[in-house]
Design a protein around this ligand. Sequence first.
Ligand code: NAD
Ligand code: MG
Length: 410
Amino acid sequence: MRSATLLQETSILQEMPVEMPRAKTRSITVLGATGSIGQNCLRVIAESAEGRFTVQALTAMNNVTQLVEDAKRFRPQFVAIGNEAHYGQLKDALAGTGIAVGAGEAALVEAARMPADTVLSAMVGAAGLRPTLAAIERGAMIALANKECLIAAGVLMKEAAKRSGARLLPVDSEHSAVFQVFSRTHPEWVEKVTLTASGGPFREWTREEMQSVTPEAALRHPTWSMGAKISVDSATLMNKGLELIEAFHLFPLTPDQLDVVIHPQSIVHSLVSYQDGSVLAQLGTPDMRSPIAYALAWPERIKTRTPRLDLAALGALTFEAPDLSRFPALALAKAALREGAWACVALNAANEIAVEAFLAKRIGFLDIVSVVEEALAATQPGAIRTLSDVFAADRAAREQAETAILPLEH
Ligand code: NAD
Ligand code: MG
């Protein structure tokens, strides 16, 4: 507790301009509400001060039970389920509540078009692109967790945001960290950005040991609790590769200014190095409610109920260089970033297919990155200028990945 007598009367902060808007209720639409990020977002909303947030719309792909429970609790105006087969069940469960219901991809886009102040994009995969773009086009604030859509269409999303006045606010913990310590006024002072990576569950494993990794083992992440796809991406380190591309789109940096360091405790969420030798980092316990709260309340900060950081109890934070020979996904993603937009679309699309095949036990763990590499090599380079270019490159890479999977299936 701060006591008035101990509080200094002057501080250097008094000289600084304060431009905090008055707190008001913000309406939030959650795309991918039943997932790990979506549920954490609803926890942030439930745990925040009365009247801080309202929920405008919720969407999910398949989990009707969770969606109905959350709709009854948060009373949105509209709820959409991606899989049309569940429409009847959703409609019956919400009959008489006054909550409108929709199904199919068009309904997900309709949800994004509802006039919420902020849209949390937390679907998984490039499938999130159309709804996220719909929210950008109407000028909403976008709390962006769905990194795959940015990797597939970052330039188009930013152009659309410029036209509409939409703001992209990162939710990914590393990018939220960078966003919090990156100079708004003088980006040219920044020398380098270093993303931290936990190293995943197989950080110390040999390639030989990784050969027999099962989906169950890959899903057990040492520090974060997340959805299946990103957990596998974290185990191959493809997640960090995708995050390099994500950072490239979010901040004014060249690929050479982006770096990765392994930090198994996941306490330092990322670092920004300045030209005077200072390094600013953002720290916190590994709990997604903190970066979600920052994106929802930005530019303000709200209270969260995340466990507080106790450095003395932790004792030590460790760092090591990533081993690109054991984790080739990182090198592959770096190469795609240098290659250009089509290679990033292809990398992401092929990876989505390969991860699905691994989770379905069609291929082994080490095959994931081999499939992506093969699909990338077989995909025809092309310019990415429009959304149809993105979808064409995405489709081609998915087909190449399926072709690469066939001889590996067991
Ligand atoms: P998840 O699998 O737990 O949840 C995904 C959500 O999206 C679910 O609500 C699901 O119903 C919905 N969904 C799935 N496929 C869809 C489709 N084709 N169309 C529409 N909706 C669909 O995933 P998650 O872990 O919450 O991750 C969501 C996104 O956030 C991913 O892009 C991931 O990379 C990113 N992210 C997650 C974390 C984390 O801690 N979980 C951290 C950083 C970034
Ligand atoms: Mg991350």
